[in-house]
Unconditional design. Sequence first.
Length: 408
Amino acid sequence: MKQDSLQTKFYQKELEVNALLEITQAVNNNLPEEDLYKIYEFTLRANLQMEKLCLFVMEEDWECKVQFGTTKDFTKIPLGEACLQVRKPTFIESVSLEQPCFDEFEIIIPVLHKDRLLAFVFIKSKGEGVNVDTTFIQALSNIMLVAIENKRLARKQLEQQAFQRDMEIAKNVQNYLFPKDLPATDKIHIEAYYQPCRTVGGDYYDYITLEHENQFVVCIADVSGKGIPAAILMSNFQAVLRTISRTAENPIDVVKELNYQLCVNANRENFITFFLAVYDYEKKNLRYINAGHNPPLLMNGQPKIERLTTGTTVLGAFEPLPFIDMGCVENLEHFSLFLFTDGVTETFNENEEEFGNERLESFLIENYDTPLEELHKKLLTELNTFNAGKTFSDDLTFLSCKVNNASV
């Protein structure tokens, strides 16, 4: 009898070693998760004399990944909270499980990795007197599940790397939307700053010389939302603007067409705030339309601010626009214009106070004679000091335009 007992134990250990080899080889061969689960099921069913088995694995939630011999479909049965308290192999009858269907098993075996629960194995052996090596089942399950988790992490890392590459490409493409060269002459000087709160953003500014060459356009826009969807919508908006603005005599026609195209392309699910201004060197006037955007700040030869508010509502929400008016400022020879998005005024400090329009206007008045490049550096310093160096929660965009047309 002793000889038979030893032979049985030897045979059992041989089966366990073979099972470990099969699982290890499958892991080394980098088999898919589905194949690993199938090998795991076959190993326990064939080599370890299991009559019933159910494996619950933690992914987004607890999911039944393997089952055989069961009378119920455990893929549709929740694990329950009582199981989560089990930390060592335990007889089912001593655990108060919420689901009585688990009573068809004998033992619940938790599978842990560094004190973290990976899975639960529910088993029932084929007959009385069969000695179940729960330690081995834990070890076998641990090897497989850690391998699957590593595969999943590696896959997520590759996906993240691919996403980062796509974001970098999107960032480079978006940079092409902005004008490469802004004028810096005695007659006109333009400086602009753009900082997305993510890799890509939904702000846009532009400077366009019209065909008549005695006129130019400056504009700024902010699309609802952030990230790649906002950037894609803005790139489409920019393409339409560039196409129609060079030959359009009337800013109202430009804005109406932009609104129509936006309603068609965005299905009225996104909107854009927009400001467009056309300056005429000969007539010395500035025609503009403000489509729901932060009012740009005009200073006409002196440190006194005029807000440019005339226009219409946001673009992309209504077709046709419910109303539209064009503002016009006459007798502009030596003036400066400051355009910005709400990321500037909605910068918050540690007390949740926003930078606001009053601070911005006071800053521009105090720095009226400051060269534009230095002005932008000082404004960035002011904003960073105000929010104590925290990351900005919105895209940050502003443009300064200074014109000296007195000698024309």
